[in-house]
Design a protein around this ligand. Structure first.
Ligand SMILES: *[C@@H]1O[C@H](CO)[C@@H](O)[C@H](O)[C@H]1NC(C)=O
Ligand SMILES: *[C@@H]1O[C@H](CO)[C@@H](O)[C@H](O)[C@H]1NC(C)=O
Ligand SMILES: *[C@@H]1O[C@H](CO)[C@@H](O)[C@H](O)[C@H]1NC(C)=O
Length: 182
């Protein structure tokens, strides 16, 4: 009986060891795909329909007007390869963010990069905390479709320009660590 349970234990150990070594092999240090794009957020102000690509859905609450707590924005923003707003977009960033910290500027983003060009077809879904007080912020790439089938990775944000409440630009350094398509 004792030897039997020992055998079972030994077997379990073997299995867990092989799982561990397998997960190590999956750990990637170098991105399999990487590209830098620029996100342009032009806020709708009531008269700029022609240019605006983002709109406020809910205003900040009195819990913290200073840090815009509760302000909710939906966007369909152009993504460009250089930092010029007027460059031809290579993708759209479609999603939302809201301010969710009462003691500092902090937003939560959830959006999908939609590629529809001869170069790329597919989507990349990104979400996470944008702690604006930090120089760079890492958000999670949680999945993808098409050319980016089942991808995962990190999107590093770096704010490049803020023009009051009407425009801001963020550099997004997108590093994919799982690529199933070339
Ligand atoms: C809205 O933005 C446009 C373009 O920047 C500007 O010309 C206009 O004065 C703004 N309108 C308001 C109400 O702020
Ligand atoms: C739209 O944006 C372009 C580029 O910034 C600018 O030249 C133009 O005046 C803007 N139009 C309006 C209506 O805001
Ligand atoms: C993608 O691009 C094609 C060709 O320009 C166009 O016909 C199609 O409507 C686009 N699809 C989306 C979702 O934008």
């Amino acid at each position: 009986m004792a030897t039997k349970s020992h055998l079972v234990l030994f077997f379990l150990l073997l299995v867990s060891c092989s799982i561990l070594s397998h997960s190590k092999k999956l750990k990637a240090n170098e991105p399999c795909k990487r590209f830098v794009l620029y996100f342009h957020d032009v806020m709708f102000n009531g008269t700029n329909q022609a240019n605006a690509t983002a709109a406020i859905i809910a205003n900040p609450t009195d819990l913290s007007q200073t840090f815009k707590f509760g302000k909710f924005v939906v966007f369909d923003d152009p993504m460009t390869e250089d930092n010029n707003l007027l460059s031809r977009p290579v993708a759209r960033a479609q999603g939302f963010y809201f301010y969710d910290m009462k003691t500092d500027f902090n937003a939560w983003f959830a959006y999908t990069l939609v590629f529809n060009s001869t170069k790329h077809k597919g989507t990349i879904s990104i979400l996470g905390a944008d702690t604006m007080s930090e120089e760079t912020r890492d958000l999670s790439v949680v999945g993808g479709t098409g050319d980016f089938f089942l991808t995962r990775g990190i999107a590093t944000f770096r704010t490049e320009d803020v023009e009051g409440a009407s425009y801001f630009r963020v550099q997004m350094d997108i590093k994919l660590y799982e690529c199933y398509k070339n």
